[in-house]
Structures are given as structure tokens and as C-alpha cells.
Design a protein around this ligand. Structure first.
Ligand code: FAD
Length: 396
């Protein structure tokens, strides 16, 4: 009996487990096992329970599905199988002087397939976009073992809708992502500034000022989040600007600004790691128009504090994408009313329930409540075409 869990609170025991190493093994297995339902998983670093199987599903584990080759070293184009971790990809491209700008905090375990399936990002997404922006071509194994290819190795094509994008955020519901061809970038030299202020709302209101420097990243956390790293009793922005950018801290004397070495970004990334073992939590990975940052986040913090809830707020502030973890235990369990009240505030400010972590099993009922009916109809017709017998889970 194998127990499968990710970084949500869900645990599942599948009726079977198969760990293919390549397309041939996967296709053969799918052809032989036509009556099964499947759940796809790989690094199991997801925080929304999307990879956690029910007891009616066979778990297809992609963590051994690895291979990585250059398509064109000069242009910085490579092809990798879905099970390669983001750290393996980083090391591979850096050995030839390139960079891959999607570097999630979970990169030592999170896989290429998992990142594409969640349309994941990271701090550099402010400048380079999320992983979908870097995918040129994608190979997908269909539920009956057929091999499908979408997109092109060419940098630009305009031949109808780009169906490779269908799989960005598909969360293992439309097919088995087996391989992708991706573009690299050359990251610039970066100067990192740590900017702090005792007031969360005051620092939030300065985000737009710092975006004028065209940063490579702009991350932020408040003191409740910093309990899990430096324990600083203030709110902090980590601003990465390209070497050569004219940035004079003396123009912002109302804030405490210090130049740091690049490793100091650890103060931000330790938060996500260190809170994992603290208590059970729900990760509310919200995304919203930047100009709503101050009012929305201050209102959400107040809402949770007034209910006596322990929460931490941190994230990709330059993108308007924050990770809000609300902790719970037996004495203070999660309830629908709490989340509905949270979402009412979020939606009033034009927000969305996920920026890069997906819907999964945890946020399905929230998603179904607000999603447009046309979106649902289109998704279901695509699903009916690719997976007519519902062998894979559905977003609805
Ligand atoms: C400490 C920590 C830091 C994190 N930091 C970031 C961050 O900076 N940015 C970010 O975007 N996310 C981050 N995450 C979330 C997580 O790492 C991502 O969601 C990641 O994309 C999950 O990849 P995985 O390989 O672990 O996938 P899993 O958790 O195994 O699966 C996630 C989803 O992908 C699907 N899937 C996996 N492989 C395939 C495949 N081959 N074909 C089709 N579907 C597939 C699964 O069915 C499931 O729906 C973080 C998580 C943790 C715990």
C-alpha cells in the first residue's frame, strides 16, 4: 500500500502505481490497462492536492521520466522530458552559459511536467513570464497511449491557435505531458536591495514606485511570514535590478534600503520551506491587479486577524501574486464560511484564486463558484475530445 501526499494536507492511497521511464513504457501500459482511471504526479511539491490520488485511481509517477538534450546550443533551445527537476534543468543550461528563468523555491524536486501542468513561475516571472512563455513545443501522451505534438521548435509561428498552451495549467487532466522544447535566456547581472518599513500598508504602497526601475524581481513579505526566516519585525521588499540601473536609495529616505549580496534573497525563500512543518495550512495563492495591492492585502490581513486566524503573507509582489497561508488545527479548523468571506474580499478587488499553484482538489469548489460558464463549456468539450472516458481527473 503506497501513500501519496503532496504539500497540501491531502493524502491518498491509489489502487495501483506505475513509474514509466519513457514514452514507450507509458504507451504500452496505457494500451494494456484501458479500464483504469489515472492520477499523474511527479515531484509532489504541489500545494493544492492535484497529484494526490483517490482510491479509485492508479498513480502514474513521472519522477523517473528523464532525458535532456540541446536542440540548438547557439540559440539556447533545449528539449527535456517531463520528469527532469527544475534544478537539473538549471544545471544543464548553465553548463553552456545559458539560464532558465523559472526557478521555483521547490526546484530541487518540482519537475518540468509539474511546472507546466500548474503553469508555474517564480521570482524571475516578473521579467520573463511564467513557464508557458518559454515552451515552444510540447509532446503529450494521450489517455490511450497516442503521441500528440503541439507548437513548434521555431520561435515564431502563426498557424491558428497555439494548442501547446492548452496544457499550461492543465493539472494532469488532459493528457500526460512527456516532453517540452524550451527557450533559455541570459540572466543579467543583478543588484539586490533590501527595502524595509515597519508598516505593511506603507511598504505595499511603494511597490509601483519600484516597478519604474524595471526590476528583474520584486518580492515581498510581512513580519508574520518573516517569523519563518530572519524573524525581522518589519515588512521587507527584495528588489533585484539589472546592473547599470540608476537606483539611488537616497531618493527613498522614508524607507530603510540596504544593498545586499544575491544570497540574501534566502531570507525570502526560507519562508516557504520553513513553514511547511509548522502546522497544517491552506495555501491561498491569490493574484490581482497591482493597483489593488495595498487595499486588498490590508483588508485580507484584517479579515483573518479579526477571526483570530494565524496567517502569513508573502510572494511575488511585483506580479500581484501573493501566497497567503492560513494555518489551522483541531481547535481552529478550516470552514467554508472563512474561505467564502476571504474570496468575497478578493473578488471585490478583481482578484483570482490562483496565480501559479493551480486549482487541484483543494480549491475545486472555489473555482467552480466563480468560473465563467463559457470557460467551463469549452474546457469540457476539449476534455471530451482528449479524454472521452474521463480516465484522468477533471477541473469540474
Ligand atoms: C517550498 C515550496 C516552494 C514552492 N515554490 C514555488 C514557486 O516558486 N513557483 C511555483 O510555481 N510553484 C512553487 N511551488 C509549488 C510547486 O512546486 C509547483 O506547483 C510545481 O509545479 C509542482 O511540480 P511537481 O513536479 O512537484 O508536481 P506534482 O505536485 O507532482 O503535481 C502537480 C500537478 O501537476 C500534474 N503533473 C505532474 N507531472 C505531470 C505530467 N508529466 N503530465 C501532466 N500533468 C502532470 C499533476 O497531475 C498535478 O496536477 C512551491 C512548493 C513548495 C512546497
Amino acid at each position: 500500500m503506497i501513500e501519496i501526499k503532496d504539500h497540501s494536507s491531502l493524502i491518498g492511497i491509489p489502487i495501483g502505481f506505475f513509474s514509466p521511464k519513457n514514452v514507450e513504457e507509458l504507451s504500452e501500459y496505457l494500451l494494456k490497462n484501458k479500464d483504469f482511471k489515472f492520477r499523474i504526479g511527479a515531484g509532489l511539491t504541489g500545494v493544492s492536492g492535484a497529484a494526490v490520488p483517490t482510491n479509485e485511481e492508479v498513480f502514474i509517477d513521472f519522477s523517473k521520466f528523464k532525458s535532456i538534450v540541446w536542440i540548438d546550443k547557439e540559440e539556447g533551445v533545449f528539449s527535456a522530458s517531463a520528469g527532469n527537476t527544475m534544478l537539473e534543468i538549471k544545471n544543464f543550461v548553465e553548463s553552456e552559459g545559458w539560464n532558465f528563468p523559472v526557478l521555483p523555491g521547490s526546484m530541487n524536486k518540482a519537475t518540468l511536467g509539474g511546472m507546466i501542468a500548474c503553469n508555474g513561475g517564480g521570482p524571475y516571472s516578473l521579467k520573463y513570464g511564467k513557464i508557458g512563455n518559454l515552451v515552444r513545443e510540447i509532446e503529450v501522451v494521450g489517455v490511450n497511449g497516442e503521441i500528440l505534438n503541439f507548437g513548434s521548435v521555431c520561435k515564431k509561428i502563426s498557424e491558428g491557435p497555439d494548442f501547446s498552451k492548452l496544457f499550461m495549467g492543465s493539472e494532469g487532466t488532459l493528457g500526460f505531458i512527456s516532453k517540452a522544447t524550451l527557450s533559455c535566456v541570459k540572466l543579467p547581472e543583478i543588484k539586490l536591495y533590501r527595502i524595509s518599513h515597519p508598516s505593511f500598508s506603507y511598504l505595499l504602497s511603494s511597490i509601483s514606485v519600484f516597478l519604474r526601475y524595471n526590476p528583474v524581481y520584486l518580492e515581498m513579505a510581512e513580519p508574520d511570514a518573516l517569523r519563518f526566516s530572519s524573524k525581522a519585525d518589519e515588512s521587507v521588499i527584495w528588489l533585484g535590478v539589472e546592473e547599470g540601473t540608476v537606483f539611488n536609495p537616497e531618493n527613498h529616505l522614508d524607507l530603510c534600503i540596504t544593498k545586499q549580496n544575491k544570497e540574501c534573497i534566502k531570507e525570502r525563500f526560507d519562508i516557504g520551506f520553513n513553514l511547511q512543518e509548522y502546522k497544517k495550512f491552506i495555501d491561498l495563492d491569490i493574484s490581482f491587479p497591482l493597483k489593488q495591492s495595498t487595499e486588498l492585502l490590508v483588508n485580507l490581513k484584517k479579515y483573518l486577524s479579526n477571526l483570530g486566524r494565524e496567517s502569513v503573507f508573502f510572494g511575488h509582489a511585483g506580479d500581484g501574486n501573493w501566497h497567503i497561508h492560513v494555518f489551522y488545527d483541531e481547535q481552529t479548523p478550516l470552514n467554508e464560511e472563512l474561505i467564502t468571506g476571504f474570496d468575497d474580499i478578493l473578488f471585490k478587488h478583481g482578484g483570482h484564486i490562483s496565480g501559479e499553484h493551480g486549482i487541484g482538489r483543494i480549491h475545486k469548489s472555489r473555482f467552480k463558484k466563480f468560473i465563467d460558464n463559457n470557460y467551463k463549456l469549452l474546457y469540457l468539450s476539449i476534455k471530451a475530445h482528449l479524454d472521452p472516458s474521463n480516465k484522468l481527473p477533471s477541473l469540474f
